[in-house]
Design a protein around this ligand. Structure first.
Ligand code: NAD
Length: 296
C-alpha cells in the first residue's frame, strides 16, 4: 500500500467501546468513510450518530475496507474476528489490518505470519496510550509495529488519532504497550499506597500531589490519575481494571518468555489480581486506589 495508491482509504472499524467510539468519531469528522461494528447495538448506534455507517457483523465491514482498524479487548477476540469469522479472508487483498487493541506481541507476530502465508492482508500493530481523553482529543501515543512504508502510508489515518512512533517489526508495538502499562499500573499502586500512608499521617492529599508533581515521585499517576479520577471520587477513567491486568500479564509473560523475569512486575500482578478478585468485575482501573485503602 502506498500513500499515492490510497489517498483516502475506506475505513473499517471493529470494536466501538470506550476507545473505539471516540476514535471512529474523529475519523468520521476528519472526512473518512467509516463502516464499523460492535457486539453492542448501543455502540453501533453511536457510530451512526457520529455520521459513520454501522453494520450488524464484522464480516459486513470487511468487503468495503481498505484499512481495517481493530479496537478489541484482547488477542483471542482479534484472532476470532479475523480468522474464525472470516474477516481476513473477506478483505480486499491490498487491505491493511491495523490492530490498535492492546494484544499479545507473540500472538500478533504469529498472526501476521499466518496472514502472509495465506496471501491475506498485511497486519500492523498500533496500540495506543493516552486513554479516553487522548482518544477524544486525537492526542494518543500510537506505537506502530510493522513494515515502515506501510506505517508511513497509514499516516493520514493514524495522525487523526495521535502521534505515531514506529517501534520496529510487527508485534513490537504490542510489546512496548504492555511494558508501558506494567509501569503505569505499578506506579499507580505505589502512588496509592504512599497517598494512603500520607493521609493517615495527617498530610493533605492535594499538598502531597503538588509536592510529588514537582519532585522525583511524579508519574502519570500523580499528574493525571489521582487528581482527575481518584481524588474527585469519580473512578471514571474509562479503562477497566480487568484490561489493565491483562496488559500487566502480557508484559510479565513476555519478560519470562525472553528469560528476563520481572520480579517487581510479578508482585504487582499478584496484588492487582487480588484486587480484581475483590472489586466489582466492571471496576475502573483507578479503583486500585480504593482497594489500597483510600477512602473517597
Ligand atoms: P471496551 O471494553 O470499552 O471496548 C471493547 C469493545 O469491543 C466493546 O464495545 C465490545 O462490545 C467489542 N467487542 C468485543 N468482542 C467483539 C466482537 N467479536 N466483534 C465486535 N465487537 C466486539 O474496551 P476499551 O477500553 O475500548 O479498550 C479496547 C482496547 O484498547 C483494549 O485492548 C484495551 O486494553 C486497549 N486500551 C484501552 C484504553 C482505555 O483507556 N480504555 C487505553 C489504551 C488501550
Amino acid at each position: 500500500m502506498s500513500e499515492q495508491s490510497l489517498p483516502r482509504p475506506r475505513l473499517g472499524f471493529i470494536g466501538l467501546g470506550n476507545m473505539g467510539t471516540p476514535m471512529s468519531r474523529r475519523l468520521v469528522d476528519a472526512g473518512f468513510t467509516v463502516t464499523g461494528t460492535d457486539l453492542s447495538q448501543e455502540n453501533r448506534a453511536r457510530l451512526e450518530q457520529a455520521g459513520g455507517t454501522a453494520v450488524a457483523t464484522a464480516i459486513d465491514v470487511a468487503a468495503t475496507s481498505d484499512v481495517l482498524i481493530l479496537m478489541l479487548p484482547n488477542s483471542a477476540i482479534v484472532e476470532s474476528v479475523l480468522l474464525d469469522d472470516g474477516v481476513a479472508a473477506a478483505l480486499p487483498a491490498s487491505a491493511v489490518i491495523v490492530d490498535m487493541s492492546s494484544s499479545e506481541p507473540l500472538r500478533t507476530r504469529a498472526l501476521a505470519e499466518r496472514l502472509a502465508a495465506d496471501n491475506l492482508a498485511q497486519l500492523v500493530d498500533a496500540p495506543v496510550s493516552g486513554g479516553v481523553g487522548g482518544a477524544e482529543k486525537g492526542s494518543l501515543t500510537i506505537m506502530a509495529g510493522g513494515d515502515a512504508a506501510t506505517i508511513e502510508a497509514l499516516s493520514p489515518v493514524l495522525s487523526v488519532l495521535g502521534r505515531v512512533r514506529h517501534t520496529g517489526a510487527v508485534g513490537s508495538g504490542h510489546a512496548l504497550k504492555a511494558l508501558n502499562n506494567l509501569l503505569s499500573a505499578t506506579h499507580l499502586l505505589a502512588t496509592s499506597e504512599a497517598m494512603v500512608a500520607g493521609q493517615e499521617f495527617g498530610l493533605d492529599p492535594q499538598t502531597m500531589l503538588d509536592v510529588f508533581n514537582s519532585s522525583s515521585g511524579r508519574s502519570g499517576s500523580t499528574e493525571n490519575k489521582w487528581p482527575n479520577f481518584v481524588l474527585p471520587g469519580g473512578y471514571n477513567s474509562g479503562f477497566g481494571l480487568g484490561l489493565m491486568l491483562k496488559d500487566m500479564r502480557i508484559a510479565t509473560q513476555l519478560a519470562e518468555d525472553i528469560h528476563r523475569p520481572s520480579l517487581l512486575g510479578s508482585c504487582a500482578v499478584e496484588l492487582w489480581t487480588k484486587a480484581a478478585g475483590e472489586l466489582d468485575p466492571t471496576a475502573d482501573h483507578t479503583e486500585i486506589a480504593r482497594w489500597a485503602g483510600h477512602n473517597g
